[in-house]
Design a binder for this molecule. Structure first.
Ligand SMILES: Nc1ncnc2c1ncn2[C@@H]1O[C@H](COP(=O)(O)OP(=O)(O)OP(=O)(O)O)[C@@H](O)[C@H]1O
Length: 330
């Protein structure tokens, strides 16, 4: 049975509207005008225990709203959510004991307290058995290389250090599910790699179910076997990333460095995209020809120094997908 079940989720926000300027603000105090924003219209999916799901979509698509509902912070207007048999917003206390949540843009630690004191407070809040807590904490501190940061107040940490501390904080009570809302936002390359490695270990070795939202497609490429794309409050795709790539962009590219100036080539199903000196970029449709056949045809007639095939970059695939579904920013 699915560990996370979401069916027909809908959520509308009511936003106060006001006219511009001071007069508008004053008028707004007297008579409020409201506008509704349909953040989620109809979102359904199921997640098995131990899965790692990339939950992506353009700005304003409804990703954070979904995570807030799944964490029990928000109540949906309609639809059904069940996680390990509990309804998050109704069974909040039992539910939060089983999940960990990290919002990349917010901290769950205490700004002025040393990291270790924040961890101890979370131990008390979650009522973790002291002996069990020490083991888990020390393990997380080791995995996330936090040893030298424990005595520093959170406000003194760099963003990358803080994110490592946030991940530990979210896991001190050993949840079996982790919700990550943009955990790599603003991090430099080494910190991103460290966070990705940690998430991977947690999921693959410990079996923690992970739902990850991110705008960094390298996170998706490195971590997610399955991807859900949402746009305008609906699920637009739910498939392995490779399947998404195949439906959106079939094109492959072949880069050739010839031993002499790049020749004229006329091959069926192949388009020359660029040529400069001895280099040439070719695009081909893998349904019409394939890379080995193409390479054989080229090398049969010309001396070649180097040759390689490229898939379209993941950013390109996603941008094209948003385009096809008219799912630009809401
Ligand atoms: N508290 C709120 N009050 C009013 N409107 C909100 C609130 N939170 C979100 N919204 C609106 O709901 C829609 C969905 O927002 P949400 O934050 O879920 O999107 P998102 O996919 O997480 O976007 P991003 O990638 O930019 O973080 C947006 O139109 C947003 O403006």
């Amino acid at each position: 049975m699915a560990q996370i079940l979401v069916q027909g989720l809908a959520k509308t926000y009511r936003v106060a509207e006001r006219d511009p300027g001071v007069l508008g603000a004053v008028r707004g105090l007297v008579r409020r005008r409201w506008r509704t924003v349909e953040a989620l219209k109809d979102v359904s999916f199921a997640l098995e225990r131990g899965e790692l799901l990339g939950f992506i979509g353009p700005n304003g698509a409804g990703k954070s709203t979904t995570i807030k509902i799944l964490s029990g912070i928000l109540r949906p207007d309609s639809g059904r959510v069940e996680i390990d048999g509990l309804v998050p917003h109704l069974d909040r206390i039992s539910h939060v004991a089983r999940i960990g949540v990290v919002f990349g843009q917010r901290t769950q630690l205490w700004w002025d307290l040393p990291v270790i004191d924040g961890f101890d407070l979370l131990r008390d809040i979650y009522r973790v058995d002291p002996r069990r807590y020490r083991t888990t904490r020390d393990e997380l501190v080791g995995m996330l290389r936090l040893e030298r940061l424990l005595d520093q107040p959170v406000r003194q940490l760099s963003l990358g250090q803080r994110m490592r501390a946030e991940l530990a904080a979210a896991l001190l009570h050993e949840p079996s599910i982790l919700f990550l809302d943009e955990p790599t936002i603003g991090l430099d390359a080494p910190s991103k790699l460290a966070v990705r490695e940690f998430i991977k270990t947690l999921n693959r070795e410990r079996g923690v179910t992970v739902l990850l939202t991110t705008h960094d497609m390298h996170d998706i490429e490195a971590l997610a076997e399955r991807v859900i794309v949402i746009g305008h409050g609906r699920v637009l795709a739910d498939s392995p990333f490779e399947a998404l790539r195949a439906t959106v962009l079939t094109e492959r590219r072949l880069f050739v460095d010839f031993a002499q100036d790049a020749p004229d080539l006329a091959l069926p199903g192949v388009e020359i995209r660029g040529r400069s000196g001895r280099s040439m970029e070719l695009a081909f449709d893998p349904r019409m020809t394939n890379a080995p056949a193409l390479i054989a045809a080229i090398t049969a007639g010309h001396a070649v120094d180097d040759i390689h095939v490229e898939q379209p970059a993941i950013e390109e695939v996603i941008a094209r997908f948003y385009d096809l579904h008219g799912a630009g920013e809401a």
